[in-house]
Design a protein around this ligand. Structure first.
Ligand code: ARG
Length: 356
């Protein structure tokens, strides 16, 4: 935090305000993302995308408190973040001007590093290790340098929050995640607020090499880019949450929810957090989460996090319906009529077509 404050002052700021927004981030942004199983392109837990609306809200707050008419960001013109900062500002402070000097000056990454070096401003990048890193509670992102070659394997030095498989323990570790209406509330029986819980499972899953994501991503501005993410806690929690939903959510609802999850992830990615569509989807998701309470036992080992068991007071799993042994209560005779009627349209159609 002090380093962040000092860097702003070194860059010429007259005042630097640094905010620890971890709890706010967890409760207002990560929690809905978990409920929505939000993964952009089915892979990316939206680490940066989730943080931008919150950062913008604090920017606007400080601007209001200091009587400023504008806020600013340091994004280039090629990424998603400029869109997220500016569209969020449009939503919550439509009167506010947004300044984007890096985009305006056309400064590239080498130029920015040189600018800092000339002024003796310490930045945690070098020309031979030029990764662009963004990091928060939900994960860590890396771009640039050798990573821009989608065929090149990411060097080990890119990673910080996940162990290399060779260094991960040989033994499987188990962790029990408890949920209350879709929200993770305890680890191994110990209640934790969400920010602490995410940090804790991130550390434990990361030690097993869980959470590395290497993907080619479709940016909103039309570019495909190669991205490296480390999200041990996020992937473990999303895996656990989705599994508990499978146990507790009625199947028609579950199916429609799955359809909306991709849309929800996309709107977060595209900077539309503070919008009517987001609120409407949140209402739908809130109803779906009513039965999602219970426990999921996760196993962590050598880069994998998988579900080893689940239970819930709202479980819809009925052993006597599912079993293949003598206690079976499923009415097999009803299946005959069901299959006949279910297949009837296909049969009528096939008769008309003749044999295929
Ligand atoms: N591509 C990711 C996203 O759009 C990560 C962005 C990270 N931002 C950064 N300035 N390095 O969410």
């Amino acid at each position: 935090m002090d380093r962040v404050r000092q860097r702003a002052l070194d860059c010429g700021a007259v005042e630097s305000v640094v905010v620890d927004a971890r709890s706010e981030f967890a409760d207002e942004f990560v929690a809905p993302a978990i409920a929505a199983n939000a993964l952009y392109m089915g892979k990316y837990p939206l680490v940066s995308a989730l943080s931008r609306p919150l950062i913008t809200r604090h920017l606007v707050r400080v601007a209001r408190e200091t009587g400023a008419a504008a806020i600013g960001h340091g994004c280039t013109g090629k990424g998603n973040d400029q869109v997220r900062f500016e569209v969020t500002a449009m939503a919550i402070a439509p009167d506010m001007t947004v300044e984007a000097p890096i985009r305006e000056w056309g400064m590239n990454r080498d130029g920015a590093i040189a600018w800092a070096e000339e002024r003796g401003i310490p930045v945690p990048v070098r020309r031979d290790s030029p990764y662009s890193i963004d990091e928060n509670l939900w994960g860590r992102t890396a771009e640039c340098g050798i990573l821009e070659d989608p065929w090149a394997a990411p060097p080990e030095e890119v990673y910080e929050r996940s162990a290399a498989l060779a260094d991960a323990p040989d033994e499987v570790e188990q962790v029990v995640v408890a949920f209350d209406r879709g929200l993770p509330v305890a680890l191994d029986g110990k209640e934790l607020d969400l920010a602490r819980l995410v940090a804790e499972i991130d550390r434990r899953a990361g030690a097993h090499g869980v959470g590395r994501i290497d993907m080619v991503e479709d940016r909103l501005v039309g570019i495909k880019s190669r991205e490296i993410y480390e999200c041990p806690g996020a992937l473990a929690l999303l895996t656990a949450h989705r599994d508990l939903e499978d146990l507790c959510v009625e199947q028609e609802l579950a199916q429609d929810k799955r359809g909306l999850e991709g849309r929800y992830a996309q709107l977060i990615y595209n900077g539309l957090w503070f919008t009517p569509l987001k609120r409407a989807l949140d209402s739908f998701i809130a109803v779906s989460q009513e039965p999602v309470s219970g426990e999921v036992r996760m196993a962590l080992h050598k880069g994998s996090a998988w579900v080893a068991g689940r239970r819930s007071p709202h479980s819809l799993y009925d052993h006597d319906l599912a079993t293949y042994d003598a206690s079976d209560r499923f009415d097999h005779r009803q299946a005959e009529g069901f299959v006949k009627l279910w297949g009837l349209p296909t049969k009528v159609w096939a008769r008309r077509q003749g044999s295929l």
